[in-house]
Ligand binder design. Sequence first.
Ligand code: G3H
Ligand code: ZN
Length: 282
Amino acid sequence: SLAATAELVARTAGVRTAVAAFNVITLEHVEAVIAGAESAGAPVVLQISENAVKFRHGRLLPLARAATAAAERASVPVALHLDHVRSDDLLRQAPGAGFSSVMYDASRLPYEENLTATRAAADWAHARGLWIEAELGEIGGKNGEPPRDAHAPGARTDPGEARAFVADSGVDALAVAIGSSHAMTTRTAALDHDLLERLAASLDVPLVLHGSSGVPDRELRAAVEGGIAKVNIGTALNIAMTGAVREFLAAGPDAVDPRKYLGVGREAMARTVAELIGVLRG
Ligand code: G3H
Ligand code: ZN
């Protein structure tokens, strides 16, 4: 069934678990995330990022409509989240496209500008009943910049600054820079658990981990124990899909029917989804 992100995140409060939020690019991603969540028997968030919208010729609705229809028919609660939004035009499309939440990303801006832009986005979102996440500090590896095992310590989220940022912007959740980085293809990120502990103690909103594909299982588990409530995962699905497709085509170079290779890709993604949900559940 179609659920609200706010409700799925609220369920994690006080029970040392996190909701998994997977980035989807194709219809196969959507179907795989739902199949994986159904086999794990867990709620899930489907995320469409601004970059994914760019890939879809700048159009949000075709994939969003497909995701909504698939979510409505799922046997587990599925929420739709618009991820890493920089464009106000895209932000404005969220409520009419089935999304209950957005991540507004002004993290590349200096503090005051990030705060001003995020506060305006939060006011706009709240007036329409949307749950809004923002980012402070800078989790690297976005938009094709090279992924790093750990971003510069100077880009990490400062607990005192984060407390003021959340209070002054009014956001519902905060993405924190604690050592993970986007688009990693090896699971070698080391998280700063000490910093996470200080952030969790300073803030009373749910904390979100980005770039989770590069984080090993034990580190993910420790992050959830330490107060992460939403875990964003994208690249892990693409690794699973592409690996399965590559293997299938290498074994049968005469294959032409996309259903054959997209099918094995979809199955590989669904297995990854179920496994990662298992890790977050502990
Ligand atoms: O917002 C999306 C996530 O941060 C995904 O990051 O592709 O490195 O797992 P990832
Ligand atoms: Zn992210």
